[in-house]
Write a protein that binds this ligand. Structure first.
Ligand code: ZN
Ligand code: ZN
Length: 547
């Protein structure tokens, strides 16, 4: 049953007590960062150190055995350097890519490499009976979900910490693979709940909406300023602008400044770890810093201002003073990421708009991951307390799991029962709807409760369905984007009127067959674009046939 059996307050994680406990030092309710001390049997493992002041960690009764960092964002990592300096022999580990991105958190100091790399997926035994495994979590290159397994004479205990996670593929990092986590059967899941129960449009829709709004601003003679964090969102937007059909080939300057530019340099060092599509792109043009291929992407030099004669796009740190780029009411629009915790927007500047290009899973994604793992206990962190409360009040979760939303300093005792049975899979609900024959089409109306099922996302992925008779029954199936590519049924799709690979006459069987194209021979997505695009001849439909 839904419970909040957290005891409080506690200054130290237990001596005797249960085999499994979690004492949070930071749960990122308001931007304070994540830092969790987990006790498994005799071992103490610190998951992330995103708190600014590490003094609460300095006088622990029992020393920490091991530190694991989920990813390089500062809300998970900024205390690590101080921690290392306070305890130079304390072992700190993260994924290979995270170890390379971490130094961006301390650009002002020459920090030596103190974090050691762990490979993906290999179980590593750190101490007798304590095993660590990392799985790619989407969200940011290198971001890991961390599985801890502790085995004593009686049984094994498993705890999975998601870090920040994202189920969808984004431009520069593939999404978390549900399939590879499904069989893990953790007893405890510590999961981020940034977006609470809110529901997001499909990733492609978010990208297209942002691209269209930026294009409209440029067309209306506005320059656009995009303040972003050092890593992640900024590089995603740059990739989007450089590969989206609204912008490819356009005579337009994109300027990048501050630590976002440093973040781009760091990504260039990581090319072999980025998705295959990005590596293909980079084979034909620089990933970043490109004067040749339009739109041009340039680094703003110190004291340099973007040329104001024609509209341009500027990306810079969200911590910078925006007035150094643009004065209010001088033909600039400022686009800010729409985030649940973006409370402190400086509204003294006019012309601010917000957009959604999510880097975390939405509510249906969060519940989908939980139902796939079916743990006994779920600990929600990383999100405003109201958003997390929205999640813990979901009946579908309350009925199946022990739910916790601890604040910092509140010990969570996890009583893993020997007799614990995996919660049963949710019962199948059936939905009643209505049929309407409307002349040339038939409309089927279903209650919107059908969309709360985690499977809806896959079903509705493309917005297209196929219907087939099976005896007396009509079976509906959602079409995946993969199937659409295979059928070659291009006309029904949203991009049918755009200049993109999907409407290019050289696009067959998901590949580019134009020898003049940098994409020749590669698998391309239908919304891709290259300079030698040639529209499929509308008068000669046989061209569109798959070979
Ligand atoms: Zn993050
Ligand atoms: Zn975070």
């Amino acid at each position: 049953m839904g419970s909040n059996n957290t005891s409080s307050p506690s200054s130290n994680i237990g001596g005797a007590g249960s085999e499994l406990e979690c004492l949070p030092y930071g749960v990122h309710h308001q931007g304070e960062g994540v830092c969790l001390l987990v006790k498994m049997g005799p071992y103490r493992i610190l998951l992330d150190c995103g708190i600014e002041d590490i003094s609460p960690l300095q006088n622990l009764e029992h020393p920490i055995d091991l530190v694991l960092c989920s990813h390089a964002h500062s809300d998970h990592a900024r205390g690590l350097l101080d921690l290392h300096q306070a305890f130079p022999t304390l072992p700190i580990y993260a994924s290979e890519v995270t170890t390379q991105l971490l130094p961006l958190n301390w650009q002002e100091v020459e920090a030596q490499q103190f974090c050691h790399a762990l490979p993906w997926r290999s179980p590593i035994e750190f101490h007798n009976g304590l095993v660590v495994q990392l799985f790619p979590a989407g969200h940011l290159p290198g971001a890991a979900a961390i599985l801890l397994t502790y085995t004593n004479a009686q049984r094994s205990y498993k705890l999975l910490y998601t870090g920040d996670f994202f189920l969808s593929n984004s431009r520069l990092v593939d999404g978390l693979h549900l399939e590879e986590l499904r069989g893990l059967e953790p007893d405890v899941l510590i999961i981020e709940g940034s977006y609470g129960t809110s529901r997001h449009p499909h990733r492609r829709t978010q990208e297209n909406t942002l691209a269209e709004r930026i294009e409209r601003a440029i067309a209306s003679n506005y320059s656009v300023l995009l303040p972003t964090p050092t890593l992640g969102l900024g590089q995603e937007i740059l990739m989007l602008l450089r590969s989206h059909h609204n912008f490819t080939g356009r005579d337009l300057d994109i300027w990048v400044d501050g630590s976002v530019a440093t973040g781009c340099d760091a990504y260039l060092q990581l090319l072999p770890y980025l998705p295959a599509s990005v590596q293909n792109f980079a084979r034909h043009q620089p990933l970043f810093w490109d004067e040749r291929v339009r739109p041009r992407m340039r680094r703003l030099q110190p004291n340099q201002r973007p040329n104001q004669e024609k509209p341009c796009i500027v990306l810079t740190d969200n911590t910078k003073d925006w007035s150094q780029y643009c004065q209010p009411d001088t033909g600039w629009l400022i686009f800010l990421p729409e985030k649940p915790d973006y409370a402190s927007i400086n509204h003294s500047t006019t012309n601010i708009e917000t957009y959604l290009l999510a880097q975390h899973s939405d509510g249906p994604g969060i519940t989908q991951l939980i139902h796939n793992l079916r743990p006994q206990d779920v600990i929600f962190i990383h999100g405003s307390p109201t958003y997390l409360a929205d999640l813990t009040s979901l009946e579908e979760l309350q009925n199946r799991y022990h739910l916790h939303t601890p604040s910092a300093g509140t010990l969570v005792e996890l009583r893993i029962g020997e007799m614990f049975l995996q919660p049963p899979a949710p019962p199948e609900t059936s939905y009643e709807g209505e049929l309407n024959e409307l002349g040339s089409v038939v409309a089927i109306t279903l209650p919107d409760a059908v969309t709360t099922d985690p499977r809806w996302r896959n079903f509705a992925d493309t917005g297209l369905v196929s219907a087939r008779w099976q005896g007396e029954e009509l079976v509906l199936r959602g079409l995946s984007s993969r199937e659409l590519l295979n059928t070659g049924d291009r006309d029904s799709l949203a991009w049918a009127n755009l200049n993109c690979c999907g409407t290019c006459k050289f696009h067959r069987n998901q590949r580019c067959w134009n020898q003049a194209s940098p994409l020749f021979g590669f698998k391309v997505t239908p919304e891709g674009y290259c300079p030698v695009f040639e529209r499929l001849n509308a008068d000669n439909p046989s061209d569109s046939e798959a070979e």
